[in-house]
Each structure stands twice: as C-alpha cells, then as structure tokens.
Design a protein around this ligand. Structure first.
Ligand code: MRU
Length: 345
C-alpha cells in the first residue's frame, strides 16, 4: 500500500489525493506553510491524516526557527501553529496534533534547541506510527461487529488515505477480510468532492476487496432491497454526547439506516473525540469552494452564476448511531458515559 504521508529527506512527503486515482503523484512539503496549504487544498485529507500532517508540519516549523533561547523559539512556534490551525475547521485531529506537539515543546524547555527539534521530529513520527496502531486496534474491535458475507455500505473515504495507514471505517473492513470473512462493499461516490468514487474505490480495488461504486442517491434503494447489512463510516469530530460530524451526506445515510433497521457504526480514534463540546451543534462545519458543487473534475455542470450551498460536513445525532468503534474499545449508548470512560476521563 502506498504511504499516505512520511518524512523523506527532511521533507514531509504526501501522495496528492486531488490527483488520485488517475495519477500517483507525490508532493514534498518543505515548510509548515507548505503543509498548511496541502491540508487546505485537500492534497492530504481525512481527519487522522490531517492530525499526522499537522504534527509533521509543526516539526518542519520548529526546524526553521533560529536562535538558542527557549522563549523566543516557543513564541515563534506558537505563531506558526496558530496559522496552521486555521487550515481546516471541522476535523478536531488538526488541533489535537498541534496541541500535542506544543506540549512536547513545553516539556523540553530545558533541552538545547537542537535537541528539542530532534525531540519534536521524533514525536511527529510517534504520532504517525500510533495512528496506524490505533487503526489496527479499531479494526480488531470493529470486525467483531461484521459477519461473514455482510454487504457493508460506507460513505466518503475513511481508509488508509485518510489516515497514516490501514484506515478507520475501511480498517474495520480490512480487518474483517483479514479474519477470513467475505465482505462486499458499497461505496457512496460522496459528492461534491467524490472521495468515495476516487479514493475508497481505488483503495479497495488495490487490496482486491470487492467493491461496487454507487451514487449517493442509490443508498436508500439498496437498503430497501436488503442489499446493505451494515453501515460503517469515519468521523471528523465526535462531541461528548456521541453526535458525529462527518462528510456531508453521512446524516442522510444514518437516517436511511435507522429506517431500515440497519446498524450504523462510526469508526474513529480517541483523537477524534472532542469532549469539550457537549453536543454536535457546537461543531464548526466547513464551507468549501462553491466550485466543488458546480463542477466535476473542473468541468462545469451548473449554469454560470448559479447560487450554491456547500457545507462539506454534516452532523449525525447520537440517536442514529448504533456504536462508536474506537482504538480503546466499542462505545454504545449512552455515549456521554461510555465515550468518557474509553477516553480515560
Ligand atoms: O473533506 P475530507 O475528505 O477531509 O473528509 C473526510 C471525512 O469526512 C472522513 O470520513 C473522516 O475524516 C474520517 S477519515 C478516517
């Protein structure tokens, strides 16, 4: 499997997800600003991958700071972090990755600046490695919920590409296949940015996992025809009460699943929990460019001058969520209690 993100020769190398599946092109980010741009323009996307990219970006930012005094170093680092934190608003992993790096910087205030930079590089690598381990843990918990022969519907891309590797929702599917279960995936195309069509279908085909691409509007039809046994999606931020922000269209799928008595599972690492928010109402919903709605692959679909609404995420209320699969175990309602317990708070 191609690496989503890694340190190569002092740069942060990412596969350019705006060009997949047509081209496999890698982008080398040399600075924290490059990483911020890559996140903003969706070269790298998916909540956990954004968190890893942020941590690696902070390490690049630290390397570029000159001077030997900690206070001067830390105030410059904080400025860079504040700018990076603005690159995308919904996935909490961005702030999580940045905060963890800042904590490590503060804890290393007595180190020589050169050693502190090394420590930050090391921490970013640890965050990357831990993400893969978390996905594998989620996979082994989550696969217990999937039966041999299940047809699994997923939305957006919560796969290896959306993480440092293995994936969250697709990690559960991969772990089920690795456990010897025969799984068929239905992948919603995920308009407007087509992460399902472009990325999920590509990833699963690379792994020889049976997948059929459907348009988002077909999900209800296949549920009615009893061709969906279970839904598994990822998340960008989960509030303390279990409300889930994920790619636009997820809410619609959750309502359909409820109507057809189909389990609706969310797979997300603990780093995607935002227990500081009581409910999903408080989660900021990103609005991206109107062009994502009016065009497909740079080809205009709507009349010139058409007015457009373009939220990139929606919020699925907790009562539609059957269970949340985390790297620390499976949370079931009442989420306000079970999530807190899993997060160790
Ligand atoms: O806009 P994107 O592509 O960053 O949105 C991604 C999603 O909504 C994913 O489902 C979510 O980040 C979970 S990824 C493991």
């Amino acid at each position: 499997m191609i690496k989503t993100i890694e340190f190569v020769d002092g740069a942060v190398r990412m596969i350019d997800q705006t060009r997949l599946p047509m081209e496999k092109v890698f982008v080398d980010c040399q600075t924290i600003e490059d990483v911020g741009r890559a996140i903003k323009t969706m070269i790298i996307r998916g909540a956990p991958a954004i968190g890893v990219a942020a941590a690696m970006g902070v390490s690049l930012g630290a390397d570029a700071i000159s001077g030997e005094d900690f206070d001067g170093f830390f105030s410059q680092l904080e400025k860079q972090c504040d700018a990076l934190a603005k690159s995308r608003p919904t996935a909490v992993n961005l702030a999580w990755g940045i905060e963890r790096m800042k904590r490590v910087a503060r804890a290393g205030k007595d180190l020589a600046i050169a050693d502190l930079k090394k420590r930050l590089r090391e921490e970013a690598q640890i965050i990357c490695d831990e993400d893969i381990a978390a996905n594998k843990a989620m996979g082994s918990f989550g696969q217990t919920l999937i039966a041999d022969g299940n047809n699994v519907l997923t939305h957006c891309n919560a796969g290896a590409l959306a993480t440092a590797g293995f994936g969250t929702a697709l990690g559960v599917i991969r772990a089920s296949v690795n456990a010897g279960k025969k799984i068929n995936v239905l992948a919603n195309e995920t308009r407007p940015f087509l992460q399902g069509a472009r990325l999920t279908v590509w990833e699963l085909m690379e792994d020889n996992i049976p997948v059929k691409l459907i348009t988002d509007s077909m999900a209800g039809h296949f549920m009615q025809k009893k061709q969906v046994d279970v839904v598994v999606v990822g998340a960008d931020r989960i509030a303390a009460n279990g409300d889930v922000a994920n790619k636009i269209g997820t809410y619609m799928v959750a309502i359909l699943a409820k109507n057809h008595n189909i389990p609706f599972y969310v797979a997300a690492p603990i780093s995607t929990l935002d227990l500081s928010l009581a409910t999903g109402e408080e989660i900021p919903i990103e609005e991206r460019s109107a062009d994502e709605v009016t065009t497909i692959n740079n080809k205009r679909m709507a009349p010139e001058g058409a007015k457009v609404a373009h939220p990139a995420f929606d919020m699925t209320p907790n009562h539609l969520v059957t269970a949340i699969i985390t790297d620390k175990g499976i949370a079931r309602p009442p989420f306000v209690e079970t999530l807190k317990k899993l997060a160790g708070e």
